[in-house]
Structures are given as structure tokens and as C-alpha cells.
Design a protein around this ligand. Sequence first.
Ligand code: SAH
Length: 250
Amino acid sequence: MKERPSFPARLDFLAGKPNSKRPTPRGVPVQGIGLDSRAVRMNMVHQLAGQGIADPLVLSAMGSVERHRFVDSALVNQAYEDTSLPIGLGQTISKPGVVARMAELLRNGASGRLGRVLEIGTGCGYQAAVLSLLAHEVYSIERLRGLHDKARDNLRNLRLANLHLLFGDGMAGYAKGAPYAAIIAAAGGEAVPQAWVDQLAVGGRLVAPVATGAACAGRQALVVIDKTAQGLRQTVLEAVHFVPLKSGVA
Ligand code: SAH
């Protein structure tokens, strides 16, 4: 087990005194979010810490990526609530709590940045931006052209040189970038595609929502697969609700 910093140390990148019980700053106007988004985001980070997210790099990344820039202007007021929001074409941006939880699982207590990471399901590009702060290189695939283009627009000004957006069917992974230190899926399938497991480095970790029980019941759980020199180790975690993983492009 790697040593983790004690609780106060986790939040020392935040301005002011760390206190996970800090109340919601009701007076903070979210409307003029460009000016005040940092305060609202810091509140979100405190809530994530209160929910048990402890990885300092994850909290720091969640505190710096401006989620309100990835949602439609009509939804900006909700950008820092722990809720998924529509991003068009029937898809959703994941809840901040889920993005942080999956990122923490993916990092598995690593002290520095991860190596190469593959994300399946770019969507609006929010999680990809978070991942780009947690890894040396990120490849993110999206099967819907409209969202691939939207993510490119959303991310343009951020100039994240280590983030590569790809248009294609992520079921096949992206062999050119393999092997990956980590693979994360933002859409849930019946099973984890073999290509993802094949493209995972030994010592690497995959985190994905996977259907549990009858396919038509729509129940999913978060699954972690660790690829070790001895083979694969699978852990099934909490129930989640993601959009379906689909094959082909559109
Ligand atoms: N991480 C995203 C969440 C997007 S929702 C964000 O931060 O916005 C999941 C996305 O997965 C959807 O955009 C959906 O189109 C995409 N998706 C589903 N199946 C896919 C596949 N086989 N390959 C690539 N993307 C896929």
C-alpha cells in the first residue's frame, strides 16, 4: 500500500482553510460564472473530498477544469452540481462525483501522473480535460461526429497539448497508442471488449461501467480490471448509470 497524505494535506492546494463541512456559498452568483466560477468549483471540490475523494491530483484537476465551459449556456447554473447534464445527441456529461471517483480508481494511488491513458467516449470533452491533468498522454475516442467536433471546440482554448481527440469506434480501442497505463470508459456495454484488455499494459488498470444481470434491465456496475504479470484481476464496485456503449460511428 502506498502512503497517502493525511486529510488536511490533501486540500492544501485550496485557498483558505480546508474544511469539508463548509456550507454551500449561497451568496455566490453562478450566473456571472466567468468571474466567480473558481469559488463555486472549490465548493464542489470540498464536496468531493467530503464524499471520500482523497487523491490530491484528482481534487486539484477537478478544481481547475471549468466544467461550465463544457455545457450549454442554458445549463451553466447547474455546471457545478453533482449531476449529469445533457450534451446533445442523447448523451450526457458525467456527474463530477463519478468523474472524480473513476479518475481516483484509475490512478490507484499513483504519486505522479499516469503514463498513457485511453478514454472511450469523449462526449463534450470534460473528463478528457480532467484526465489530461492526471496523465502524460491522453487519447480520447468518440463515435458521434457531432460530439467529437463539439469536444474539439470546447477544448480548443485550453490548449492541452497532451490530449488527442479521435473520431472512431472505441470498442476497438486505439491500438496505435497501446499499451496504456489506464483505460477508462464513459459508456457501459454488456462486457469489456477484449481489445481494451489487450491494449492495457501489464501493471495497468481499466475502469468501466458494465451491465450486470439481464441486459434489458439496464443495470450497470463499475468494474475495475487490473492486468498483472499473473493475469487479470476483476473487481465489481458500486452501481452506476451510464449511456450505452454502442458500436460503429455516426
Ligand atoms: N466523458 C464524457 C461523457 C460522455 S457520455 C464527458 O465528459 O462529456 C459517453 C460518450 O460515449 C457518448 O458521447 C457516446 O457517444 C460515447 N460512446 C458510446 N459508445 C462509444 C464507442 N463505441 N466509441 C466511442 N465513443 C462511444
